[in-house]
Ligand binder design. Structure first.
Ligand code: HEC
Ligand code: HEC
Length: 325
């Protein structure tokens, strides 16, 4: 009997040593760094067409997270970041050479936006990556960052630096990893193929699936269709008051999705303006996607018709009330 107890104590002791070892290792190592690539041959010509396109994409993907107090993208507190991550600040991405990204090359920017690996090799776990954005669209974003638009003009103002907490360090040492830099060209599908074009706008450019699938933790950004509950909604996300708002099921399931609820025209209106057919408005974080064209949003509608329907009645986690009428 005594021997058995002794063995048990030994095992407990050993487990404790291993756990302390791992915790100590992660805390000491911090968020890991990776080999970065400078892509020296990658060059973006800044043309008016690209600036225009880049401004449209940035409005959808960058400005909300990076805009400071004024018009410029000086960084700010991300108030709706998951609470377990602590206080997350975005960065100054104006053209200032010290406070901003004025000295980043086109190649460094492209590599970072695709993979999440910053130019010093540090991994950025908190910002979305864009592995499926078309090459031309990525170039447009970079052209816009280098343009004379007000948002990116040099500013010395800086948001505080994010202190990574233990959870982020643990996740980045285990499951959160950079994405591979794409080895093949990524092109925008011909817009006459509305399903393929809509799929690109939804999955490759805007990333609607990221909010509209079941859970941020079960996304597959490389192959979005493999995300858990793809477009079936119910992903609980924080609004700016710290309350949970679930995303909507936007598959074409008749009862729980949008199969009977939206015509293409009504869908365009709710996505671009936030206004539903019954006059109600969508809650944050579903913001109006004003820079998308009617044709782009209509194509998303045509694409959503073709994906598997998911029966998922979305319930408001705060009140238990059915969220989608
Ligand atoms: C969900 C919020 C969010 C969105 C959306 C977002 N960013 Fe970020 N961005 C961040 C955070 C957070 C950081 C990291 C700050 C840190 O490491 O302290 C960051 C860092 C960066 C950096 C690195 C800056 C540096 O000096 O290290 C660049 C460049 C950048 N973002 C560009 C963009 C562009 C371009 C877009 C749109 C295509 C974008 N971001 C969209 C939150 C966001
Ligand atoms: C930042 C997360 C987020 C992104 C990105 C996002 N949505 Fe949403 N969406 C939501 C949330 C949350 C709701 C539910 C809002 C509510 O309950 O009022 C919603 C609601 C909707 C609705 C209304 C559904 C209904 O039943 O009334 C539609 C349609 C929709 N989104 C389509 C889209 C499309 C298309 C895109 C991409 C262009 C997109 N969303 C991008 C979070 C997001």
């Amino acid at each position: 009997m005594k021997k058995a107890i002794r063995i048990v104590l030994w095992i407990i002791g050993l487990v404790a040593v291993i756990i302390f070892g791992i915790v100590g290792y992660i805390a000491g190592r911090g968020v890991p760094s990776y080999e970065t690539q400078k892509l020296p041959d990658y060059h973006v010509d800044v043309t008016p067409a690209r600036i225009e396109r880049g401004a449209k994409i940035a409005q959808l993907l960058c400005i909300q997270c990076h805009r400071g107090e004024g018009a410029q993208l000086t960084g700010k507190l991300i108030a709706d970041a998951p609470k377990d991550f602590g206080q997350i600040y975005s960065a100054n991405i104006t053209q200032d050479k010290e406070a901003g990204i004025g000295t980043w090359t086109d190649g460094e920017l492209a590599f970072f936006l695709r993979t999440g690996i910053q130019r010093d090799g540090s991994y950025n776990p908190l910002m979305p990556k864009f592995p499926n954005m078309a090459d031309e669209d990525l170039k447009s974003v970079i052209a816009w960052l280098h343009s004379d638009r007000i948002e990116v003009q040099p500013s010395k103002e800086e948001a505080p630096k994010t202190e990574y907490n233990f959870l982020i360090k643990a996740l980045t040492n285990t499951v959160m990893k950079p994405y591979p830099y794409p080895q093949k060209a990524i092109t925008i599908p011909d817009s006459t193929d509305r399903v393929a074009f809509g799929r690109y706008i939804a999955n490759g450019m805007v990333g609607c699936y990221a909010c509209h699938s079941a859970d941020f933790k079960a996304l597959n950004d490389i192959e979005p269709e493999k995300s858990l509950g793809f477009y079936g909604g119910g992903n609980p996300m924080l609004n700016l008051e710290g309350k949970l708002v679930p995303s909507a099921n936007i598959t074409f399931d008749d009862e729980t999705g949008i199969g009977k609820k939206y015509t293409e025209e009504q869908f365009i209106k709710v996505v671009k303006q936030g206004a539903r057919p019954d006059g109600s408005v969508t809650r944050y974080p579903m913001v109006p996607h004003i820079t998308l064209t009617d044709y782009e949003v209509g194509s998303i509608y045509q694409y959503l018709r073709t994906i598997p329907k998911i029966r998922n009645k979305v319930v408001d986690p705060e009140t238990g009330v059915i969220a989608q009428k």
